[in-house]
Design a protein. Sequence first.
Lengths: 358, 86
Amino acid sequence: MLVRDIAKALGAELDGDGDIAVDRLVHPAQAEGAADLALATSAQAAAALEETKASAVVVGAAAPRPNRAFAALIAVAEPRIALAQLTALFDSGPRQERGVHPSAIVAADAELGADVSIGAYAIIGPGCRIGAGTTIMPQVSVGAAATIGARGLIHSGVRIGHDCRLGDNVIVQANAVIGADGFSFAPDLMSVAAFTAAIKVQRVHSLGHVVIGDDVEIGACTTIDRATLEATQIGRGTKIDDHVHIGHNVIIGESCILCGMVGVSGSVVIGNRVRIGGGVGIADHTRIGDHAVIAAGSGVATNVAAGTFVSGYPAIPHQRSIEQQLYLGRQRRLHDRVGAMASRLEELERIVEQVVKK
Amino acid sequence: MSDVASDVIAVIAKKKRVDKPTVELSDRLADLGLESLDAVEMIFDLEEKFDVQIPYNANSANVKTEFDTVGDVVAAVEKLVAQKTS
C-alpha cells in the first residue's frame, strides 16, 4: 500500500514522499524498517517515535510534531477514527479460501450466495440461506432454515440455531451461541414460600427464534436465547462484547454497546444507543430507555429512564449513587460524633436532675 | 506551598489515572483522569485527614464541577480548616 493512498483514504494531509510502500501497521517501537507504517497517535507512542525504524508515520494533527524528520508523515484530525480506518485497511482477515471446504457438510437445499467461504467441518443445515461474500469459519454449525446475510464473518465454533436470522455485515466471534432455548419454566413462583415440594416445575418451550440486524457484532462465547413465541431481537449496529448473555424475548434497539459479562434477563426491552458497562445485570421485564448509560457492575432492578446515567446496586441515577457513597463513607465519623453527643447529653441530664432535686 | 496544599496534592496524586510525574495546583481534576468515584474517595481521604466535612452538593452534578482544579480543592480545605480553628 502506498502512503499516498493511505493518506487519501484517511482524508488526512501527507507531508513528504507519497511513494513509500508499507505493508504493516505497527507501534513505533515495533517498526523494523521502511515497509512499516508507525502509528503514534497516543502520547506514549509519540515518545517512541524518536527511536523508531519506520520512515512513514501517522501522528495526531493536534499533537506536537515529532522532533526528528520522517520521509512521510500523515497527520490525522481524529486519532481514534483514524485507528478504525487504518486497522480496517491493514486487516487481512482470517485468510480462509473461498468456496466450500471438502470436509464441510452443506445440506442439498441450502442456498449459498456468490463468493461464500465455508470452512472445514462446518455444518450448514437444510433450508439455510447464506448471503454473498459471507465467510463461515471451521466447525460452525448453522441449524435448519437459518439465514445469514451478505458479507458476514462467522468465526470458528459458532452455533446458530434453527430459524435464526442474521442481517448483512454481521460478525460473530468464536463459540458464540445464537438461538439456545430460553430459560423459562412454569409456574411463576413469586414468593419464597410458594415453592413447595408439591410444585412440579414444567418447561416452557421456545418456539420462537432470534433476529439480528445488519452491522451487528457479537462477542466470543456470547449467548442469545430464542424467544418463546416471537423473536429475540438485536437492532442494527449494536455491538456486543464477549461473554454476554441475552435472555429470551429480549428486544435490543439500534447501535447499543454491551460490554463483557453483561447479563440481560428475559423480556427486557432496551432502546437505541444505550451503553452498558461490564458485568451489569438487568432484571427481567425491565425497560431501558434510549441513550441510557449503565455503569459497570450495576444491578438494574427497575426501569431506567431515557437519557439517564445510572450506577450501583440497585442501579439509581449516578449522582444519587455518588451522594450515597459519600454518606456511607462518613458513617464512622457520624457514629463517633453521635456517641460523643450522647455522652454529653447524659451528663447534662444528670446535672439537670440534680438541680431540679435541689 | 502550605502544608494543606502538599497534603491535598499527595491525596490527589494517589488517585490520578494519567502518567504525570507531578501534580500542580493549576492541574484540572478532569485532566488528571479523576472520575466521580475517585473524587468521592478523595473527599473521604481529605475529610479524615483534616477532620472536616467537605460540602458536596449532589444536585449540582459532579464533584469535578465544584472543584475544577487542584487549587480549588486546596482553597476549600484551607477555608474549612481555618473555620475549625477560629
